[in-house]
Design a protein around this ligand. Structure first.
Ligand code: ADP
Ligand code: ZN
Length: 325
C-alpha cells in the first residue's frame, strides 16, 4: 500500500536519535515498510516493534515486550515511540511510553477511524488483565497526533462503523451541524473535516476535565448500556454496535437518533434480546452493577434532550429495568 502522509514534526524532539515504530501485524503488512522509510528520511534511526493484531494482544506480556524492546534498542529519555495503528497499538504504546524511564514522549499515528476521533485523544493508556479491560494504565498525553484519513481506504467496514458510532455520539452531544453532515453517511473523500471537527470536540472536553470529574462523563453517552451489552454478548457485538444500541436506549426521546442509527444499519434494541444473541435483562443488570461509573445505589446516565444537548442524570439502580423496556 502506498503510505498516506505521516507528518510527524520531529523538530519538536531536538535530541531524538532513535524512534521505536510500534505497530500491529496487519498495519505492519500494509504500511510498515513505507513508514520506516518515511521516518528515516528525517535522518533518524527507526526500529520496528510489531505484535499480533487484535485486542487479545493488549496484555501485560505485550507491554513487557515493548518496554524491554525499548531497553534493547538502548533508548534514552529523549528518544520517542511512534504508535502506528488503531486503539490497541495506541493504548499499549502510550502505556509503554508512560512508564519506560518514568516517561518518554510518544506520537500517535491513528490508522482506524475510532482511534482518530477517540482513543488517540485524551492520554488514556493501558492494558487489559484477566480481571478486566483497561484495569492497568496511566494518563500520558501524546506529544503529537497525526491524523490522515488516507489510512481508512484499507480499513474493514466493521471497523469503520466502530468509528462512525463515536462520530455520531459526539454530534449528538455537542454539534447539530456535524450530526447533519453525517447523514447520509459521508464518503471517504468527505471525511477529513468531520474527523477533525469530532477530534476538536473531544480535545476540548478532555482539556477542561483531564481526569474525568464532570464534563468528561458526557463522553460516556451510550457507553453505560453499551459496555454492559458488549460484555454480556461476549464481544459478539462490536464496540460500535453495542454503543449504538446504548444510544438508542437513552435516546428514545430524540427520534433523529434512532433514525441515523437505522441509516448506518446499527442493531435495534430488540436484536439484543432476541436470536441469536438472546441476552436477558438479568445479564445486563449484572454488568451494570459492576460499572465503574456506578456510585452506591445510583448510576449516572447521559441522556439526550435534543441533538447538541445532553444531560447527566443519576438513576437509582432499581429504575434501570424501566430503561431497558
Ligand atoms: P480500534 O482502533 O478499533 O480500537 P484495533 O487497534 O484493534 O482497534 O484495530 C482494529 C483492527 O483494524 C485491527 O485488526 C488492526 O490491525 C486493523 N487496522 C488498523 N488500521 C488499519 C488500516 N488502516 N487498514 C486495515 N486494517 C487496519
Ligand atoms: Zn467508545
Amino acid at each position: 500500500m502506498e503510505l498516506p502522509d505521516i507528518e510527524v514534526d520531529f523538530s519538536k524532539f531536538p535530541k531524538v536519535k532513535t524512534v521505536a515504530l510500534v505497530t500491529d501485524s496487519n498495519v505492519d503488512r500494509l504500511y510498515g515498510d513505507a513508514a520506516v522509510r518515511r521516518i528515516e528520511t528525517s535522518g533518524l534511526r527507526v526500529e520496528r516493534i510489531v505484535f499480533p493484531a487484535g485486542e487479545r494482544s493488549k496484555t501485560l506480556e505485550t507491554y513487557a515486550e515493548l518496554v524491554r524492546g525499548f531497553a534493547a534498542l538502548g533508548m534514552t529519555r529523549t528518544d520517542i515511540a511512534v504508535a502506528l495503528g488503531g486503539g490497541v497499538v495506541g493504548d499499549l504504546t502510550g502505556f509503554a511510553a508512560a512508564t519506560y524511564m518514568r516517561g518518554i514522549d510518544y506520537v500517535q499515528v491513528p490508522t482506524t477511524l475510532l482511534a482518530m476521533v477517540d482513543s488517540s485523544i485524551g492520554g488514556k493508556t493501558g492494558v487489559d488483565i484477566p480481571e478486566g479491560k483497561n484495569l492497568v494504565g496511566a494518563f500520558h498525553l501524546p506529544s503529537q497526533i497525526v491524523r490522515n484519513v488516507g489510512f481508512l481506504a484499507t480499513l474493514p467496514e466493521r471497523e469503520m462503523k466502530n468509528g462512525f458510532a463515536e462520530l455520531i455520539k459526539t454530534a449528538i452531544l455537542f454539534d447539530p451541524e456535524l450530526f447533519a453532515a453525517l447523514s447520509p453517511r459521508p464518503s471517504l473523500d468527505a471525511l477529513a473535516p468531520l474527523v477533525e471537527r469530532c477530534a476538536r470536540w473531544k480535545e476540548k472536553v478532555v482539556a477542561a476535565d483531564f481526569r474525568e470529574g464532570g464534563r468528561r462523563k458526557l463522553l460516556n453517552l451510550g457507553h453505560t448500556f453499551g459496555h454492559a451489552i458488549e460484555s454480556a454478548s461476549s464481544f459478539r457485538l462490536s464496540h460500535g454496535e453495542a454503543v449504538a444500541v446504548g444510544m438508542r436506549i437513552v435516546g428514545r426521546n430524540v427520534p433523529e437518533i434512532g433514525a441515523i442509527l437505522d441509516e448506518y444499519g446499527f442493531p435495534q434494541v430488540d436484536d439484543v434480546f432476541s436470536e441469536p444473541l438472546n441476552l436477558t435483562q438479568d445479564d445486563l443488570r449484572g454488568y451494570l452493577a459492576n460499572d465503574k461509573k456506578r456510585s452506591g445505589e445510583t448510576i449516572t446516565l447521559v441522556v439526550p434532550k435534543r441533538i447538541g444537548e445532553c444531560e447527566l442524570k443519576d438513576i437509582p439502580m432499581s429504575e434501570l429495568d424501566a430503561w431497558l423496556k
